[in-house]
Design a protein around this ligand. Structure first.
Ligand SMILES: [Zn+2]
Ligand SMILES: [Zn+2]
Length: 423
């Protein structure tokens, strides 16, 4: 909505949404405003403002680079190389710790040095890279059976073939308003999770776009990269946790005890802070790389579903709040999935003229050094900036209806979940 004021730079009328600080839709004046209500990331306002400005600048620069590139380059870039290098060094250190521990444990058996060995082995075990487990994912999602959902699996197969990606080994349905891919376990099984709240409100071509995007993460080297970096991030997080001073509260009596404790606290605190900072750096660098991976997955999404559907999907994510509200309302009223899509389509139609403003605003609200995804508005922008692509896979309404019939029991489970949740 217009604010009734004009831009000091180009004198166009400024606009605002959701009580945000006004900005100029024409020249983007004040779009990089640091909102007072922003969720604290570091805790000190001046640091948070700095971090926001840096994130905003990096995000816009990455977008401009990709937009101006003739074809999106798939070659490794500095952020990926740095993340993988740091991760490999970290994992090598944990392995060295483990081997040294084993050596000390068996060296000159039955001597005090064995205890140190045991301690090192124990620390290495705590710090071991985590590969993820399927059982953890199935706590909030149900696994879909190929024989009970043949239409859905057939569509997944078609999208994978058109995109040139492998098919997922496991498909899960959760209640969430999103979708994701990951790999779990030693065998690195590929898992695709579809959030019913999002899946159910999409039109056929938007579903193809969503599948194209998610399966796109199975290529581009995302999985290999995430294997090492996830492991390193979890390891660094565990080190920082172990070193936190408040975790080692063993009262020792006397003056010597007090001095020893103080020294341990100071050294431990410094170490914890250093490791914490290293952890942050690794997270920030790897997030740059993962944002780039999202753009590349969008590229694949446009290739299989057509650019128009990929842009619409991105705008559905942009209007998440409004759609979430009406879907929950329908779920509470006892209405099932077809009613959710109707309600969502009404909400979307009502907001269609606001989409450009929401796209702009997302660049302010979603810019963060911690964000794994680029601002939603920039994702739509990048697809739109490239030559329009036709759909390689076309899904019809009757096919979509068959998919939804297969999932009816699952949707009902999700409906009950959404109806009782009180937000
Ligand atoms: Zn202006
Ligand atoms: Zn993604």
């Amino acid at each position: 909505m217009s604010t009734g004021e004009s831009c000091p730079k180009c004198s166009a009328a400024t606009i605002s949404k959701r009580a945000a600080e006004p900005w100029c839709p024409a020249c983007e004046w004040n779009l990089d405003h640091f909102e007072k209500e922003r969720r604290p990331e570091f805790g000190w306002r001046w640091v948070d403002r700095r971090l926001f400005r840096t994130a905003y600048w990096l995000t816009e620069r990455q977008y401009a680079e990709l937009r101006d590139a003739p074809t999106p380059a798939r070659a490794a870039m500095a952020a990926r190389i740095a993340t993988v290098a740091v991760s490999v060094v970290l994992l090598a250190l944990v392995a060295a710790l483990f081997l040294t521990g084993l050596w000390l444990l068996t060296y000159d058996f039955f001597s005090p040095v064995n205890l140190i060995g045991a301690l090192l082995v124990l620390i290495a075990v705590v710090l071991r890279p985590r590969l993820g487990r399927l059982s953890r994912l199935t706590r909030d999602a149900e696994q879909l059976d190929r024989s009970k959902a043949p239409a859905l699996f057939a569509v997944i197969d078609r999208v994978a073939a058109a995109a040139g990606t492998p098919v997922p080994d496991v498909v899960l349905l959760s209640a969430e308003f999103n979708a994701s891919t990951t790999t779990v376990g030693l065998r690195r099984r590929r898992v695709l999770t579809l959030g019913a709240q999002l899946w159910s409100v999409l039109d056929p071509q938007e579903r193809i776009a969503l599948l194209g995007h998610e399966l796109g993460h199975f290529v581009n080297g995302d999985i290999r990269r995430s294997l090492v970096t996830q492991a390193a991030e979890s390891t660094l997080g565990a080190v920082a946790y172990l070193l936190r001073p408040d975790r080692r509260r063993t009262r020792v009596d006397g003056l010597t005890g007090m001095i020893v404790e103080t020294v341990i606290d100071i050294v431990g605190g410094l170490l914890a802070r250093f490791v914490g900072l290293l952890h942050l750096l690794l997270v920030w660098i790897s997030r740059r790389d993962s944002q780039r991976a999202e753009y590349l997955a969008d590229e694949l999404s446009a290739k299989v579903a057509g650019s128009a559907a990929a842009i619409r999907l991105s705008d559905v994510l942009l209007l998440h709040d409004a759609i979430d509200t009406v879907v929950r309302r329908e779920a509470r009223a006892g209405n099932s999935a077809p009613a959710w899509r109707t309600a969502a389509e009404q909400a979307r139609a009502g907001l269609v003229t606001d989409v450009p403003a929401f796209r702009q605003l997302s660049r302010r609200t979603e810019a963060s050094l911690f964000a794994s995804h680029p601002p939603t508005g920039l994702r739509a922008g990048l697809i739109a900036a490239r030559p329009a692509q036709p759909a390689a896979v076309v899904l019809t309404e009757p096919e979509q209806a068959r998919m939804d019939e297969e999932l009816a029991a699952h949707y009902e489970r999700v409906r009950r979940e959404l109806a009782v949740a009180n937000w």
